[in-house]
Design a protein around this ligand. Sequence first.
Ligand code: GUN
Ligand code: ZN
Length: 413
Amino acid sequence: MNSTRTITLFRAGLLNPIDSDTWVYIRDGICAVSKGRIIQCGPTNKIYRQFPNIEVISLDGTIMPGFTDLHCHWVQHDVQGVYSGELLDWLQNYIWPEERRFINESLARERAKAFYSDMLRAGTVMGLSFSSVHVGATKIALSEMRGDWIIGNALMAVNAPNYLTSHSCHRYDDLRSVVDDVDGSHYAVTPRFAPNLRAVDLRIAAEIASSRSLLLQTHLAESKAEVRWVKELFPEAKNYTDVYDRIGLLGSRTVLAHCVELDETEWICLAKRRAWVAHCPSSNEALYNSRMPLERLRQFHVSWALASDIGAGPSHSMLHVLQRFFAIHEAAGVRVTSEEGLYRSTLAGAQAIGRDKVAGNFMPGKRADFVLMPGRPRQNELSGWFRDLCVGTIAELEHRPLGTWLGGMQIEP
Ligand code: GUN
Ligand code: ZN
């Protein structure tokens, strides 16, 4: 069979994130795809010469890699942005009663389908998500998956209602049997946050994650009240970060959501351990928490990527996350660029979850997972065009992408 028959050429504007300072834009470009993978990207005349007799699919707009959401709660999708308040009250009054419902597996299945469909509609193709404590709901989310997600059942041993802790798999044998039963490339060990676990539970989570080379995700220093509570609960620790560090939970396969209330020694520790931070600007704003000190991330060279943190974040759209990212830091006089915004919402998240060899930007060999955005700006309009993509109401932003492709196939959300 002629191998060129399996090639598809997508012609559009191509915007490719490279790093936090750099992107490459080709106003009239072609992305050549075969068997779901990118084989080449470049200017139309150059690529077309290499594949002269192949049909071209012309797309009206600009394609960029699909977004990566480095931290969210798929089980909170239905209530995203519905409730607010101080973190600990918000969890107890609204979020934990909502997550309780995921004992019901038909509800879990409906919600999982809606989550993936809405994510793809909004251009998010990949990410890292908390589930509820329920293993059944977690397995349903894994089996209904569209896109490339890493998910874990939340581990919650203490300081939470019995209707959740009694279903949690924080004990060694329980967690081991979950880990033995799931596909490790899509599973993250997920201790919810220090207040919900004792040192012994955290140690089990860290040991099992590291023995299987699994990702580990948790929350760190999201609110002032949470930090005060952790000080009371773990008086032996030097600080909140040390609660995790002293039991060996921090490493390059650890993703920590928030980190907005850290002192200098904690930043130094995160940098030393090469842990990843999920920065959730829209969530911090919605729950009246502090602004992420972006200057600290930069000063200590801590790796980070953007995240929606739905349901505290009011929208699963990474365009909305980007809108709040630009607005919050610029209001504080901190410089943020469009190039950085694109990188932190795509390739950086892929790097955090270990998917950058197969996804995250347009490189030969990577999956052809991309999103089509309206407009094909001139070079000198590019940065402004990207900012304009992020302007609008939540409903507008969730529907702004004109289409999403997974492995070169346009998906029906
Ligand atoms: N800390 C512990 N659990 C949660 C959660 O579900 N959402 C947020 N934003 N913070 C948390
Ligand atoms: Zn969260």
